[in-house]
Design a protein around this ligand. Structure first.
Ligand SMILES: NC(=O)c1ccc[n+]([C@@H]2O[C@H](COP(=O)([O-])OP(=O)(O)OC[C@H]3O[C@@H](n4cnc5c(N)ncnc54)[C@H](O)[C@@H]3O)[C@@H](O)[C@H]2O)c1
Length: 253
């Protein structure tokens, strides 16, 4: 049986770890050729090696998504290597500084916004014209439950993720007649290196994070990957401008 994204080309930023790695690997299992992009070469190489070991096709590119020149080079590489770009997961991100808003250093605020929001903006800015030229494409931006509600102690992260939803909806409407669909996924607490290091800061934080998942466990990266790959597939042909919560009912309460 053909995979969900058979014959497509998929780009995954932040593909060297956690949710990005799991999604890159599901894209490959569902038939796509994958460009794994990350600021850390080692993680990206491990993702690529594991896809290749399972018989998939993947390449890596080292990029800082907050730098426009590097993002342009990333998209150039995608087209040189694979000839096109059908699916993009704009996922690279950091948790940013923790503390009450009035204690946050402005430089740390700016860095968090530059990566988590600026990076999504820059990737979309350079993905959309390529997809428009093809007359087809699907973009998923990685937001968070923190893009929908207050996240005390993480105001820069919360602001960036709210911003991701805003630019996702705007770009989706702008592209409604171009064949390019643009959606966001909003994970709950997912067991990745990012979440584990946030939980390590303070046992109270870990307790709070676990208590916020009504299903009684953390989510797994592959559970987010399933949503992303479906959104990028033709099965989701009418879905655009959507913010999909994948959080085990965490925000339903
Ligand atoms: N884990 C969760 O609970 C959770 C919940 C909601 C949303 N998210 C979002 O999911 C995305 C992935 O998070 P994760 O939990 O898999 O984290 P992770 O730390 O495991 O992976 C993030 C990846 O992004 C890369 N990266 C960081 N800065 C970058 C930059 N400037 N340029 C390119 N790559 C960069 C890192 O090297 C890393 O490989 C993030 O956007 C995060 O905000 C995660």
């Amino acid at each position: 049986m053909a995979g969900l994204v058979e014959g497509k080309v998929a780009l995954v930023t932040g593909g060297g770890s956690g949710i990005g790695r799991s999604t890159a690997s599901l894209f490959a299992r569902e038939g796509a050729r994958v460009l794994v992009a990350d600021i850390l070469e080692e993680g990206a190489q491990e993702s690529v090696d594991s896809i290749r070991a399972s018989g998939g096709e993947a390449e890596l590119f080292v990029v800082d998504v907050s730098d426009e020149h590097q993002v342009v080079a990333l998209l150039d590489r995608c087209v040189e290597q694979f000839g096109r770009i059908d699916c993009a997961l704009n996922n690279a991100g950091i948790s940013g500084p923790q503390g009450l808003l009035h204690q946050i250093d402005f430089a740390e605020w700016s860095r968090t916004l530059a990566i988590n929001l600026g990076g999504v903006f820059l990737c979309m800015k350079h993905e959309i014209p390529l997809m428009q030229k093809q007359g087809a494409g699907a973009i998923v931006n990685m937001a968070s439950g923190a893009g929908m509600i207050a996240t005390p102690g993480m105001s820069p992260y919360c602001a960036a993720k709210h911003g991701v939803l805003g630019i996702t909806r705007t770009a989706a409407v702008e592209n409604a007649q171009t064949g390019v669909r643009i959606n966001a996924v909003c994970p709950g607490s997912i067991d990745t290196p990012m979440l584990r290091s946030a939980m390590q800061v303070d046992p109270m934080v870990e307790k709070m994070i676990r208590a916020n998942m009504p299903i009684g466990r953390l989510g797994e990266p592959h559970e987010i990957a399933e949503a992303v790959v479906w959104l990028c597939s033709e099965r989701a042909s009418l879905v655009s401008g959507h913010s999909m919560l994948v959080d085990g009912a965490a925000l339903a309460r």
